[in-house]
Design a protein around this ligand. Structure first.
Ligand code: HEM
Length: 146
C-alpha cells in the first residue's frame, strides 16, 4: 500500500514542481522580455486544471505517509528527531505555499498587466522555490539529516 501512495506522491511532485519550473524558467522570462502576459495567462489557466489536483494529491498522500511514519500526530512537531523536523518542514512549506498562492489569487492576478508583472513574478519564483524545497526535504526522509 505504502508503495502505491508513494507513487501517487511522486507523480504529484513531478506535476507540481515540474509545472512550476517550466512556468518560472520558460514562460515567465518570455512574458517579461516581450511585455506580453497572454502566454503566461494561458499557461496558468491550463496548468491550474492539473496543478491544483496534483497539490491536493500531494497533501493527502503526504499526510497519509507522515501518519504511517509517526502515528502519534503530536510527535510531528516536537523537532527532537529527524522525522519530526522533516514533517514540520513539509507543513511549514505547505503553509507558505498557501499564503503566497492566496496572495497571488486575490491580490496580484486581479491587477495583473504587463506593468504589474514584476510583482507577480515574485509570487511565481517563491512558489517555485518552495516546490523544489518540497522535493529536497522529501528525499531526506530516506537519507536522514546527517
Ligand atoms: C507539492 C508538495 C510536495 C512535493 C513536491 C513533495 C515531494 C516529495 C518527494 C520527491 C519525496 C521523496 C520520496 C522518496 O523518497 O522516494 C517526498 C517524500 C515524502 N513527503 Fe512529500 N512532497 C510534497 C508535499 C508533502 C506534504 C504536504 C507532506 C505532509 C506532511 C509530505 C510528506 C512526505 C513524507 C512523509 C515523505 C516520505 C515518504 C517515504 O520516504 O516513505 N509531502 N515528498
Amino acid at each position: 500500500m505504502l508503495n502505491y501512495i508513494l507513487i501517487l506522491h511522486l507523480l504529484g511532485a513531478t506535476i507540481w514542481t515540474g509545472g512550476h519550473l517550466i512556468l518560472a524558467l520558460v514562460v515567465l522570462p518570455k512574458a517579461l522580455s516581450s511585455h506580453n502576459i497572454d502566454g503566461l495567462l494561458q499557461f496558468e489557466q491550463l496548468f491550474e486544471k492539473i496543478g491544483m489536483p496534483a497539490l491536493v494529491v500531494q497533501i493527502i498522500t503526504g499526510f497519509w505517509m507522515a501518519y504511517q511514519i509517526l502515528p502519534n500526530i503530536s510527535s510531528w512537531f516536537t523537532l527532537d528527531n529527524d522525522l519530526s523536523i522533516l514533517i514540520s518542514l513539509k507543513v511549514l512549506l505547505l503553509l507558505m505555499t498557501t499564503l503566497v498562492a492566496l496572495h497571488a489569487r486575490f491580490y496580484r492576478i486581479p491587477r495583473l498587466s504587463a506593468h504589474t508583472l514584476k510583482g507577480f513574478s515574485v509570487n511565481i519564483i517563491l512558489v517555485t522555490l518552495f516546490s523544489v524545497t518540497f522535493v529536497v526535504v522529501g528525499t531526506l526522509f530516506r537519507t536522514g539529516l546527517s
